[in-house]
Design a protein around this ligand. Structure first.
Ligand SMILES: *Cc1c(COP(=O)(O)O)cnc(C)c1O
Length: 376
């Protein structure tokens, strides 16, 4: 059996090595490292796949979120509503701009923003809702868009973990997550479902005017070369990453299918165990399994993690501390929140190895070790 890893980007690379190597060499030979056709071709292809009118590549997913907030004109003193149980980037950039993140709960089953709690958190200062498609499960975009419309708020989707997912509306139509809100943001961090060989990110919108703002802000606020209209930043996807990502984009649906297959296998293996709750999903459409995350009931999680480690099985806790309890948010009233579900989850979740190259033999070994520990 091959050594088990949380993410196996190396084997994945070796399967497409010829294509990737040739594309990287072509960029080196062209010496066009920043911008150029390679980047615009990738942006076009990604936009087509995604069903978004405008795709603006940028340096990483964190920048994507920051640029989104800047393009919407959010400023110091404004408030955004966001789940506390998320990766820190989502809320950090708000705080960086002086915007106050208002933390609310996630749904215990979906790990995504609790839509029933959104309206209670709206004040006269609220400008946007920022749902996160955590672990690759889609947030309830239909409810979120309805609430946003009713209260005249923007929706920025943090789709860093959800790229390629389809969200199905109650009328049966579906759209990619990240293409439903006013702006969608994603990351090409190497371990993400569409991962580069370095940093990268993208911003999506259907709104022409917003697209102009997003592009301008990502490029020093410039409307044409050396004419700077607004305060912006410097956030670019480089040509080498774009060349690699354009190849991997062709395989994204295959990659997602491989993740779902591994998730099915885990699901079946853990199905009848009372101490293990497997990830919630409806059909096969609303989850792309960036992570496969169990919720443990009455299991010593740290001891389990240690036990797995001794067997050569990695596992991760995403995330051990909810945002409202992070030191950085003390000044934003983080300590004043009471979010028992977020706290509850941080103590009980554990993410298992999940990637496109998982072998049945490896999964059997992981499952056996978990069940042995949990049932003893
Ligand atoms: C990875 C991630 C980000 C940030 O992306 P980077 O490219 O690392 O800056 C933001 N939000 C979520 C939910 C993420 O998982």
């Amino acid at each position: 059996m091959n050594p088990i890893q949380m993410v196996d980007t190396k084997t994945q690379y070796h399967k497409i090595k010829n294509e990737v190597d040739a594309a990287v060499i072509a960029v080196m030979e062209s010496s066009r490292f920043i911008g150029g056709d390679v980047v615009s071709t990738f942006a076009n292809n990604l936009g087509k796949y995604h069903g978004s009118k405008h795709t603006i590549p940028c340096a990483n997913g964190t920048d994507a979120l920051q640029i989104a907030m800047m393009a919407l004109g959010l400023k110091a003193g404004d408030e955004v509503i966001t789940p506390s149980f998320t990766y820190i980037a989502t809320v950090e950039v708000a705080a960086l701009l002086g915007i106050k993140p208002i933390f609310i709960e996630v749904n215990k089953k979906t790990f995504c923003i609790e839509t029933a709690d959104i309206e209670k958190a709206i004040t006269t200062k609220t400008k946007a809702i920022i749902p996160v498609h955590l672990y690759g499960h889609s947030a309830d975009m239909e409810d979120i868009m309805n609430i946003a419309k009713k209260h005249n708020l923007y929706v920025i989707e943090d789709n860093a973990q959800g790229i390629g997912n389809d969200y199905t509306f109650s009328d049966g139509t579906s759209k990619k997550t990240g293409s439903i809100g006013h702006i969608g943001c994603t990351s090409f961090y190497p371990s993400k479902n569409l991962g580069g060989f370095g940093d990268g990110g993208a911003i999506f919108t259907d709104d022409d005017a917003l697209a102009v703002q997003l592009k301008m802000i990502a490029s020093h606020g410039q409307s044409k070369q050396y004419y700077h209209d607004v305060i912006g930043c410097n956030s670019r996807l480089d040509a080498m990453q774009a060349a690699i990502l354009d190849i991997k984009l062709k395989y994204l649906d295959e990659y997602i299918a491989a993740r779902r297959k591994s998730a099915d296998y885990y699901d079946a293996a853990f199905a009848s165990n009372e101490k293990i709750t497997t990830p919630f999903r409806v059909g096969n459409n609303n989850h792309v399994f960036h992570q496969y995350t169990l919720t443990l009931n009455g299991v010593d999680r740290d001891a389990l993690k240690l036990h797995l480690e001794t067997q050569g099985i990695p596992s991760m806790i995403y995330y051990p501390v909810p945002a409202h309890k992070q030191k950085m948010f003390e000044a934003f009233g983080g300590g004043d929140y009471d979010l028992p579900i977020s706290d509850w989850l941080t103590e009980r979740v554990i993410s298992l190895p999940m990637h496109t190259e998982l072998e049945k033999e490896q999964q059997d070994f992981i499952v056996k070790n978990i069940l042995d520990f949990v049932n003893r």
